[in-house]
Write a protein that binds this ligand. Structure first.
Ligand code: GLU
Length: 551
């Protein structure tokens, strides 16, 4: 064991003792059963949708138990910190309405960014050293590689432990020599593990057992780093204790580290935290399932959902349904209000299926009134399609009129929007600023009808146009036009004698549809024409005649 004088010489003279931190961060006064949860992303890249999944669980459990939910930025891996990541986290959490109740702006258990907590960690590293539960290790990279090679050759388990842990019992003299020489060192935990197996309870998986940790894990990174920070293992133990977290919800990739983490909590004299390890979000890839991958899958990024403009409620609903299957069976408002329960999680990773999400989202959007949709599309477009945002701001009545078609006051509203990014393709033609008139009478959208058929339809329709109104029957004018121009009155008549007709009435109607909307599928044409207004209708119809639009 190293002498206290040597240990203390390694730390700042005024470094507080653990008592001071304990006083500064007292246990919280919360009602019984209240859970304190935290979302602890590492700012090493964009936020994974699995992070939002965990944050939704954190926020929900804290809220429904009367506890609190905090955000902690885990940036101990300074080399991998990505610029802008923290802001992106904040934006994403805001988008999904899961902003933390506590962070550096309003929490009293901070700082909530690990790189600002260095002093706190050093206190506890010094404490473990003083109690002989940690030691200095000067092993070089080459020495560690040599140890691994010899372990492989001897068929021994890998790691830095027992007889392989060359600095575990080094005499103080040797440590002093290396310090004097200025050699870099790390601080390692002296693993107490003697039992072969260790049992513990996971709040999702129940009673588990695993091989106990034998590794003398690094707790404080190398002394040659400009900012000396601990490893995740050590930092999370100190933070979850001092932030008085009661429930750690995290990805099950950490399950294998639980034995080490429990040893750390015990060695530090902290009461153990409760862990809930959630299975990762999966993706169907051909015949097999794999984890949703940041590298391969665009939908692994939270940014994908925001850029595509999926309404937050739809994504929330979908992710909650993945967490607790029974929530997927409930209508959206009920599912969003029902607490997520740790008892209802599966242990297999749930499959993220974008087709399913699209359906959910389209169903949800179909329940929204036109003004709500318009407001959300504008917000989305301001960030992702500014020209569209401008058009919508200039033409709110047109937009509301377009959105109201087959949506308001009907039993089965249109499910034509899955996300706000669909808006331009689905509704863009309503806006003269976006619509491109069809000027070529041989355009393929006319479905093979020739110019000699298309032009007379346009001409005739334009010259006798009757705007839709309560007492005109829209389709009547198409019928008249078809009869005058020699189209069959219905499909059957046309099929029986195609040679006698220019086409069927359906063809004539389709010409009008293409001219008015630029598409071959649209909602009810009378409703579309009503929203467009006579001037616009005539302009569009006549565009194919090569005449400047008049009226
Ligand atoms: N910073 C860790 C990660 O991003 C968080 C694990 C945890 O929640 O404790 O994987």
């Amino acid at each position: 064991m190293l002498s206290n004088s040597l240990i203390d010489s390694l730390f700042p003279a005024g470094l507080p003792g653990p008592d001071e931190w304990e006083r500064r961060y007292p246990p919280r006064e919360l009602p019984p059963g209240a859970e304190v949860t935290r979302f602890s992303p590492s700012p090493t890249g964009y936020l994974h949708i699995g992070g939002v999944y965990v944050a939704i669980i954190d926020a929900d459990i804290a809220q429904h138990s009367g506890g609190t939910y905090l955000l902690r930025i885990e940036d101990t891996d300074q080399a991998r910190v990505t610029e802008g990541a923290v802001d992106q986290f904040a934006d994403a959490l805001t988008y999904f309405s899961i902003s933390p109740q506590e962070d550096d702006l309003n929490g009293r258990y901070g700082p909530y960014v690990q790189s600002s907590r260095q002093e706190i960690y050093l206190t506890y590293v010094r404490e473990l050293l003083r109690r002989g539960k940690a030691y200095l290790c000067f092993a070089t990279k080459a020495e560690l590689e040599d140890i691994s090679a010899r372990q492989r050759a001897a068929g021994a388990l890998p790691g830095y432990y027992g007889p392989w842990a060359i600095w575990r019992d080094a005499p103080e003299e040797q440590v002093r020599e290396r310090l004097a020489a200025g050699d870099p060192y790390v601080v390692r935990f002296r693993a107490p593990g003697t039992a072969a197996r260790v049992g513990f309870t996971d709040a999702i998986r129940g009673e588990l057992s695993a091989d106990d940790n034998r590794n003398d894990a690094v707790i404080l990174k190398s002394s040659d780093q400009p900012l000396r920070l601990p490893t995740y293992h050590f930092a999370h133990a100190v933070d979850d204790h001092l932030m008085r977290v009661s429930l750690v919800v995290r990805s099950d990739e950490w399950l294998s580290s639980v034995p080490l983490h429990l040893q750390l909590f015990d060695a530090l004299g902290f009461s153990r935290v409760r862990y809930a390890h959630v299975a990762p979000l999966m993706k169907q890839d051909g015949g097999s399932r794999r984890k949703l991958s940041k590298r391969k899958d665009p939908e692994a990024s939270v940014g994908f959902f925001i850029e595509q403009g999926y309404p937050a409620e739809a994504v929330q609903y979908y992710l909650r349904g993945l967490a607790n299957g029974k929530l997927a069976e409930m209508p959206l408002p009920e599912a969003l209000a029902t607490p997520i329960s740790l008892d209802d999680f599966g242990t297999a990773g749930p499959l993220v299926d974008l087709v399913k999400l699209d359906d959910i989202s389209a169903d949800h959007i179909a329940t929204l009134p036109a003004p709500v949709i318009l407001a959300q599309v504008i917000t989305w477009a301001q960030a992702y399609d500014p020209p569209l945002a401008e058009v919508l701001a200039a033409e709110p009545d047109l937009a509301l009129g377009a959105l109201a078609i087959e949506r308001e006051g009907v039993p089965n509203p249109r499910k034509d929007l899955r996300r706000w990014a669909d808006f331009r393709a689905v509704y863009g033609y309503f806006f003269p600023q976006i619509f491109e008139p069809v000027t070529d009478a041989a355009d393929p959208r006319f479905g093979g009808l020739d110019a000699g058929t298309v032009r007379p339809v346009a001409e005739e329709f334009g010259s006798r146009y009757q705007p839709p109104s309560a007492d005109t029957e829209w389709f009547g004018q198409i019928r008249d036009l078809a009869a005058r121009l020699g189209f069959a009155p219905n499909q059957k008549a046309y099929k029986q004698d195609p040679g006698s007709y220019r086409g069927s009435i359906r063809d004539a109607s389709q010409v009008i549809r293409v001219l008015l909307t630029g598409t071959t599928r649209s909602p009810d044409l009378a409703a579309v024409a009503g929203v467009l207004g006579t001037e616009e209708v005539l302009g569009r119809v006549r565009a194919v005649l090569g005449q400047p639009s008049e009226a």
